[in-house]
Design a protein around this ligand. Sequence first.
Ligand SMILES: [Zn+2]
Length: 166
Amino acid sequence: MALLEIVKNPAKVLVTKAAPVTKFDAELAKLLDDMYDTMLEHDGVGIAAPQVNKSIQAAVVEMGEERAILEIINPTILATDGSAIEIEGCLSFPELYGDVERPDYVHIKAQDRNGEWYEVEAAGFDARVIQHEIDHLFGVLFDKKITRVYTLEELDEMAEAEEEQE
Ligand SMILES: [Zn+2]
C-alpha cells in the first residue's frame, strides 16, 4: 500500500479534461489500489485520478451501506433524474463545504480495472458522489456549483444539533 499526495486547488491538472484510459495493466491496478488507500486515509468517499496528479479518466468511490468499492473508468452518464441539494466537500478543497444541486439519480456506463464494461444505477448520496467524481475527470470542480458555503463552525453546530435529535 502506498499513499499518494492529494493535489489541492488551484492546480491545472484539476481543471483539465483527463485522457481516456487505454491500458488496463498492473500499473493501472496499482494506481487504483493506491487511490483507494489514499481516499480512506483522508476519510473520503470518492477520489479521482486528477486529484493524485494523473490526468486519466479513472475514479474510485464507495457505494451503499456496505461501502462497496466501485471503480469508474472512462465513464459515460446514460441518464439522470430528479434533483437534490446537499452539502458537499472535496479532498482537493480542504475546509470548503457547500450546498450543491445535482440530479438525485444517475445511471452510468464505465469500465472496471480489467477493461470490462458495466452499468450501474445509483440514487441519493451514492449518485452525488459518483457525479462529483465524474466531474473531476472532465476538469469540473464543485466550488463553481456551490450555492451556499458553510463555515466549519456552522457544520459543527449542525452536527451537534443532529446528535441532540437522536
Ligand atoms: Zn472532489
